[in-house]
Design a protein around this ligand. Structure first.
Ligand code: G6P
Ligand code: ZN
Length: 566
């Protein structure tokens, strides 16, 4: 091997206009990255340039991805560019694989300046699927808007990027690789790390593994079924659930990470995790869960496929929080949920006199509250649940939280959920997703709705739907003022609140890669013991109909039914 220092090149380039990071990083169809010259390089340079040179020089950055198509190619380029941009060390998951929560954990543990995560989360993968890049900051969480805005601005004016084109990294072998560069920043180190180890150590300190092991593989063990949906979670589940907690191998399905997730959406909901739902219906398993591509989302099911709505899931964990040893040590500082998430968590917060925060959609808002010591547990309707142990939502953490509750209470998922409703009342919730609709139609619908809502006469207006009457109490485009730094985030979703507390919310998804996804969220509270067991779809039908009429969603989009119902 030639051991002369590696060349550092400055390559001229021209900006692309469309590199604005969305809710969770830059997401595009794979072909956008593949067929536009230097598309990836431009964005990576913008990310690296957003870090002040003094901070960047000699710093450590964590890199990992969910293993989707283009993951490896992207990591190879990131290594070449990080070296050329003065980064001192990269910590990379073996074969470029690391779940989003594990990256967050690693950033914090190694005091890295940040992390680059290659994932489009729950979006499909493969040559015709999506790819994404997300930048996390030193707290381990997604970069806040000020930083993503800066990245976007840099991407619009970029003229050149720095790269070491001859640097070849071995992503398969654990351990250190050192490279000499011809510039002043040498040497540059890459450390290939086990993607599971640090994360597993962290979980061991949060939960009572002995109690979980007893429940999962002891005398009277329960049977569980976990679906990795061919995403990144396979290796984590094998190591933690099977090797460590003793679950039999057939507890796991779809645990081989595939570049195209087997052609499916790696999205843990009732539509896309159909295989799990079906196998749960047989009644053989007491507990089921599915994860998304990068392992931060989760769906919880009980026996016979009993569905736990994510808005309820975080409320149940809140109400049983001391079943998790971690919180016995840290205490509980606060709860939070995103605005479209149902208010089930609010009821627990009220009863326990713990502060509740309502934030816009997106995990980054929670991170700030956690850094300020204001928040311990949070969740979103979009199948995200987590705590201040890291700064990302954490699918496996949520599963172990539920299993800890099961172990302590010695009850089934359904019993725990129904007792919860009996105690706190039930927030019926549903979300309708209309995926890949025409962008113009979606934007116009939102604009017209907002005009209608801002009419003074709208507040106080009464709508009748079947036998029900709904009086508008408040209507706005949700705005959030951050209690930590006072920053204001506007236009976070159209919200119509009725006098009985029911809500209709319209939002455009920030995580799609083509077309627009309209999300319609509807929720309504009920504490009449005779009514809490109704089917949410029946219970919420009048509000859904009202929402469809108000927005003329079906006429405008040409869709007679949503793509996904939660
Ligand atoms: C990502 C973020 C979540 C957020 C979700 C919203 O998963 O990490 O915090 O809730 O996106 O997605 P949407 O498609 O509704 O913008
Ligand atoms: Zn995800």
């Amino acid at each position: 091997m030639d051991d002369s220092p590696l060349q550092v090149l400055s390559v001229p380039t021209a900006p692309y206009p469309d590199q604005r990071p969305g809710t969770s990083g830059l997401r595009k169809k794979v072909y956008v990255f593949q067929s536009n010259r230097d598309y990836l390089q431009n964005f990576v340079q913008s990310v690296l340039s957003s870090i002040d040179l003094r901070d960047r020089q000699g710093s450590t950055i964590v890199v990992g991805g969910d293993g989707r198509y283009f993951n490896r190619v992207a990591i190879e380029v990131i290594v070449q560019m990080a070296a050329a941009n003065g980064v001192g060390r990269l910590l990379i998951g073996q074969n470029g694989i690391m779940s989003t929560p594990a990256v967050s954990c690693m950033i914090r543990k190694m005091k890295a300046i940040g992390g680059i995560i290659l994932t489009a989360s729950h979006n499909p993968g493969g040559p015709n699927g999506d790819f994404g890049i997300k930048f996390n900051i030193s707290n381990g969480g997604p970069a806040p808007e000020a930083i993503t805005d800066k990245i976007f601005q840099l991407s619009r004016t970029i003229e050149e990027y720095a790269i070491c084109p001859d640097l070849r990294v071995d992503l398969a072998t654990l351990g250190k690789q050192t490279f000499d560069l011809e510039n002043k920043f040498r040497p540059f180190t890459v450390e290939i790390v086990d993607p599971v180890e640090s994360y597993a150590n962290m979980l061991r300190n949060i939960f009572d593994f002995a109690a979980l092991k007893e429940m999962l593989s002891g005398h009277n063990h329960i049977r569980i079924r976990l679906d990795a949906m061919h995403g990144v979670m396979g290796p984590y589940l094998r190591r933690i659930l099977c090797e460590e907690l003793g679950c039999p191998a057939n507890s796991l399905i779809n645990c081989v990470p595939l570049e195209d997730f087997g052609g499916q959406h790696p999205d843990p909901n009732l539509t896309y995790a159909a295989e799990l739902v079906q196998s749960m219906q047989s009644g053989q398993y007491n507990f089921g869960a599915a994860f998304d591509g990068d392992g931060d989302r989760n769906m919880i099911l009980g026996k016979h496929g009993f569905f736990v709505n994510p808005s309820d899931s975080v409320a149940v964990i809140a109400a049983n929080i001391f079943c998790i040893p971690y919180f016995q040590h840290t205490g509980v500082r606060g709860f939070a949920r995103s605005m479209p998430t149902s208010a089930a968590l609010d009821n627990v917060a009220k009863a326990t006199k713990i502060q509740l925060y309502e934030t816009p959609t997106g995990w980054k808002f929670f991170g700030k509250l956690m850094d300020a010591g204001k928040l311990s547990l949070c969740g979103e309707e979009s199948f995200g649940t987590g705590s201040d142990h890291i700064r990302e939502k954490d699918g496996l953490w949520a599963v172990l939280a539920w299993l800890s509750i099961l172990a302590t209470r010695q009850q089934s998922v359904e019993e725990i959920m129904t007792e919860h409703w009996q105690t706190y009342g039930r927030n019926f919730f549903t979300r309708f997703d209309y995926e890949e609709v025409d962008i113009l139609a979606a934007v116009e619908m939102m604009e017209d709705l907002e005009i209608m809502m801002s009419d003074k006469a709208f507040t106080g207006q009464i709508f009748s739907e079947g036998e029900k009457m709904y009086k508008v109490e408040r209507a706005d485009n949700f705005e959030y003022s951050d209690p930590v730094d006072g920053s204001i985030s506007r236009h976070q979703g159209l919200r119509i609140v009725f006098s009985d507390g029911s809500r209709i919310i319209f939002r455009l998804s920030g995580t799609g890669s083509s077309g627009a996804t309209i999300r319609l969220y509807v929720d309504s509270y009920e504490n009449d013991a005779g009514k809490i067991f109704q089917d949410p779809q029946v219970m919420l039908a009048p509000l859904v109909n009202l929402a469809l009429k108000m927005s003329m969603l079906q006429e405008r989009t040409g869709r007679s039914a949503p793509t996904v119902i939660t």
